[in-house]
Design a protein around this ligand. Structure first.
Ligand code: IPM
Ligand code: MG
Length: 368
């Protein structure tokens, strides 16, 4: 097979800073493991807006469609808050998700033992936590039509449409069941079937797919509001959580915080297989652009590094190298190395973004 290709879109805020650390890992793999990538880099979000007046240039979109995987940093920042909706940095990310048809968003929430005390929940509720949220990413309220702000009589009305087709539900359900089979074999599907027709259909279709194709997996259903409550009451009851685009956005932030820091959480957004058998894929940390700490060397590069590890696992069939990177991050934390987001006691000295990256690389080398 030819050298796998990777498009890096660092984006805005701390995106470029954490991506520098991922580059160190990529170089390490090339130097020590003989694994090379054809890496290109381009603009997305506010950075693309500044250069081209749009949050994602057509040429960048075309490049994203042609590579084996995209790795994205973060988009957005206060500088762009007042821009027209159509050119806001977030539109760049949403366009990538939609046009690459990345319908399955995998957001693992894993609590590393060294960080169990950083969670806002008590240690025993989160220690050993390992759940996977599968969020539908290309439909629902984020993309449904009609949408807009319209005039109705003498007032304005804001409209978004929560819309799901059977096939959209079925394909993301399959992704969740298949993941569950490689984990603890349990899926909990969350919607609001008590108030929304789209939720009734969601529950129906998930049950049908389950019965026809995955009856070996344990399936349960929960209303999303109860799901939010259960996530903070007893998060370890879950294995895979399957949910729609909007509920998934909210539930995944909630799950993220259980693990101690948003700075630790990776994600993968996967679509259908391409001609080479690899899924269309974009990997990104769950944290945003964090404008408040941009340019200060305070950002934790772990989430972005772990997103790259997900790329190795889900796009490049390099699960062993992915585990090596995950173990290196965990090892660094166990050594007590902490970026600013992970400090507890006053007077503790944080390491910089770059020092954190170097520590991960040193752990990788020690693993050989
Ligand atoms: C996320 C983010 C995005 C979303 C924003 C940046 C558009 O919050 O990936 O969860 O709402 O999906
Ligand atoms: Mg979000």
């Amino acid at each position: 097979m030819s050298t796998p290709s990777l498009l890096i879109l660092p984006g805005d805020g701390i995106g470029p800073e954490v991506m520098v650390e991922v580059r160190k890992i990529i170089d390490w793999l090339s130097n020590h493991r003989g694994i090379s990538f054809e890496v290109s880099e381009d603009l997305v979000g506010g950075a693309a807006y500044d250069a081209h007046g749009v949050a994602l240039h057509d040429a960048t979109m075309a490049k994203a469609q042609s590579v084996d995987a995209v790795l994205l940093g973060a988009v957005g920042g206060p500088k762009y808050d007042n821009l027209d909706f159509s050119v806001k940095p977030e539109r760049g990310l949403l366009r990538l998700r939609k046009e690459m048809d990345l319908f399955a968003n995998l957001r693992p929430a894993q609590c590393f033992d060294a960080l169990a005390d950083f969670s806002s929940l008590k240690r025993d509720l989160v220690a050993g936590l390992d759940i996977m949220i599968v969020r539908e990413l290309t439909s629902g309220s984020y993309f449904g039509e009609p949408r807009g702000i319209f005039k109705e009589g003498n007032e304005r009305v804001g409209i978004n449409t929560h819309r799901y087709t059977e096939s959209e539900i079925a394909r993301v359900a399959r992704a969740a069941f298949e993941l569950a089979q490689r984990r603890s074999n349990r899926v909990c599907s969350m919607e609001k079937a008590n108030v929304m027709e789209a939720g009734v259909l969601w529950r129906d279709v998930v049950s049908e797919v389950h019965q026809a194709e995955y009856s070996d997996v344990e399936l349960s259903h929960m209303y999303a509001d109860n799901g939010a409550m259960q996530l903070v009451r007893a998060p370890k009851q879950f294995d895979v959580i399957l949910t729609d685009n909007l509920f998934g956005d909210i539930l995944s932030d909630c799950a993220a915080m259980l693990t101690g820091s948003l700075g630790m959480l990776p994600s993968a957004s996967l679509g259908s297989p391409m001609d080479n058998g690899r899924p269309k894929a974009l990997y990104e940390p769950v944290h945003g652009s964090a404008p408040d700490i941009t340019g200060q060397g305070k950002a934790n590069p772990s989430a972005c590094v772990l997103s790259f590890a997900m790329a190795l696992r889900y796009s490049f069939n390099m699960g062993k190298e992915a585990t090596r990177i995950e173990n290196a991050v965990e090892g660094v934390l166990a050594d007590g190395v902490r970026t600013a987001d992970l400090l507890q006691a006053d007077g503790e000295q944080p390491v910089t973004t770059s020092e954190m990256g170097n520590a991960i690389v040193a752990r990788l080398t020690a693993s050989l």
